[in-house]
Design a protein around this ligand. Structure first.
Ligand SMILES: NC(=O)c1ccc[n+]([C@@H]2O[C@H](COP(=O)([O-])OP(=O)(O)OC[C@H]3O[C@@H](n4cnc5c(N)ncnc54)[C@H](O)[C@@H]3O)[C@@H](O)[C@H]2O)c1
Length: 511
């Protein structure tokens, strides 16, 4: 039997939500918080986006999005103009006037791969100290399972002196959006809502149905495990694809063909290998999922993280292997690294595989330029002024991000810009290996294994004075494990540089 007061608070809050008569504070105006705040304002609510960074607050109040996300600036501009949305320092928000607090702060992992919940705890403390009866708190940040019942509920209850489910409501509504398509994905859902009790679930589901088309109701602990399981599944699947790529390299098979064929099986869906896994979510959520759990030493989640973290080092090895096979010295070569964003067509460099790749190349004394048409991060390397500028006079072209601009490159035009005996290291498998090899590139791609005969052909194309015996001393693929610190010693054969003709304008020019 429900207590009368529980029904009353729940029903009157639901009624106020339906009439758009509630004030919402979104704590954390970042990649998740800004679309959240802007979409609730668009749905007719009075919204404050609360953050700790002055720059973010200033920009939002000017009607400008501090992050690049299609459609977001328009939403922010319109709702700031209409007075439905404003940004404030979290310390200046009066939480006793707030009916709904939505927490979207970052939940990173530390050096030790343990969750750092300090931002979340600070946000909960801000909310808890002013928490009023008949209010709702939702957590949208990704959290280790157990956080709602084990941390958020006791903290809010002790700070406010109120009881969850009877005085206030508390639910987990995890976010699934992907940068670059955030607004559409936010609206289209589906999305989970799991409360610390059934009243909390109901209120949170009704609130989020005002902005999301499909909300699936569950309990907090189920939502917590489901959210972290989703990204962990993808990370483990990518790790399998990466492991398979390394196997293909050793067997002279091509991973792209292998996956295409294996995926014709109706119950198989192998993901795509690459230069590693990037972004703030896939690289972290697996550690949140396994936090505080025991596996007697067997842990597929952790092992998968390690496989994916190994891949940037594997890419660097392909560069050295390619240059060595082309008879070039690493320290007298120019390497063009294309891509610093962690995925295609966005400007976000967080936890990008490009970072360890650039750092390892720099540490080995390589000369490199980095180019990304979207991202302003260069990880301490020299930035090329343009795509063609990065390719001009380079010996090795390395693909780390599959931006459209790179996928659309004409290999024959690329060849014209690069030095003789050019090497391609294709971390995203965006080029056709046969086309690249027929044009005279030495092509190295993740999971692109070559049989001994085709390797010998490649050696002929390179017209170099390195004996096949020498190359055989370099294993095709090092076994997985702790990345070897020792770098391959380049064979000190210097090639005469091709005399360049003046460039005629083409897709890659003006230079
Ligand atoms: N970015 C995504 O696409 C995505 C997708 C799904 C889930 N998530 C999860 O959502 C959460 C937020 O991610 P994000 O990418 O938006 O992070 P973010 O770093 O872009 O934004 C977090 C914001 O919170 C602010 N902040 C920190 N402490 C605060 C406090 N006490 N009060 C108010 N503001 C505070 C920060 O200044 C920052 O602006 C994370 O848990 C993440 O794992 C992110």
């Amino acid at each position: 039997m429900l207590k009368k007061s529980e029904n009353f608070f729940r029903d009157s809050l639901i009624d106020a939500i339906k009439k758009r008569n509630v004030r919402i504070a979104v704590l954390g105006a970042g990649y998740v918080g800004l679309p959240t705040a802007a979409l609730f304002a668009e749905a007719g609510f009075d919204v404050t986006a609360a953050d700790i960074k002055a720059g973010i607050i200033e920009k939002v109040n000017q009607g400008v999005s501090p992050i690049s996300e299609p459609g977001l600036t328009e939403l922010i501009a319109r709702n700031v103009r209409l007075g439905k949305l404003r940004a404030e320092f979290v310390s200046e928000v009066t939480f006793s006037n707030v009916d709904v607090a939505v927490i979207t702060v970052q939940t990173p992992i530390g050096e030790n791969k343990e969750p750092d919940l300090s931002f979340l705890i600070n946000a909960l403390m801000s909310v808890g100290s002013g928490l009023k009866k008949k209010s709702l708190v939702t957590l949208c940040s990704t959290v280790p399972p157990g956080t709602l019942h084990g941390k958020a509920k006791p903290l809010l209850e002790s700070l406010s002196g109120l009881k969850a489910e009877s005085d206030f409501f508390l639910a987990y509504v995890p976010e699934r959006i992907a940068p670059g398509n955030a607004i559409k994905e936010y609206i289209e859902g589906p999305r989970l809502a799991g409360g610390v009790g059934s009243h909390s679930t109901k209120v949170a589901a009704i609130l989020f149905r005002t902005v999301c088309k499909k909300i699936v109701e569950t309990e907090a602990q189920t939502a917590e495990v489901s959210k972290t399981a989703e990204n962990t599944f993808r990370d483990v699947n990518i790790a399998f694809a990466n492991q398979l790529a390394l196997i293909c390299e050793q067997h002279g098979a091509d991973i792209t063909k292998v996956i295409a064929l294996a995926n014709t099986h109706p119950r198989v869906n192998i993901h795509t290998p690459g230069p590693g896994v990037g972004g703030p979510c896939l690289t972290k959520d697996p550690y949140l999922l396994i936090h505080g759990t025991e596996f007697n030493g067997k842990n597929v989640v952790k092992a998968s993280r390690e496989v994916n973290d190994y891949m940037p080092h594997h890419l660097v090895k392909l560069v050295f292997r390619g240059l060595q096979a082309a008879g070039k010295c690493v320290d007298s070569c120019q390497i063009a690294v294309l891509g610093t964003a962690y995925k295609a067509n966005i400007d976000d460099p967080r936890v990008s595989p490009s970072e360890p790749i650039v750092h390892e190349l720099l540490a080995s004394g390589a000369n490199l330029t980095v180019f990304d048409p979207y991202c302003t991060e260069y990880f301490g390397a020299k930035r090329a002024g343009s795509l063609s500028g990065s390719l001009k006079g380079s010996d090795c072209l390395m693909i780390v991000t599959d931006h459209s601009e790179f996928k659309n490159l004409s290999l024959s035009e690329v060849k014209e810009l690069m030095n003789s005996n050019p090497v391609i290291v294709d971390g995203k498998r965006i080029f056709n290996p046969a086309e690249a090899e027929s044009l005279g590139f030495a092509y190295y791609g993740v999971g692109y294994g070559k049989l001994a005969s085709s390797a010998a052909q490649a050696a002929k194309i390179a017209k170099k004075s390195v004996s096949v015996e020498n190359r055989r001393e370099t294993p095709l693929v090092e076994p997985l494990g702790k990345p070897a610190r020792k770098q391959l010693q380049p064979i000190p054969v210097k090639l005469k540089q091709k005399q360049r003709q003046p460039q005629t304008p083409n897709a890659l020019n003006p230079l």
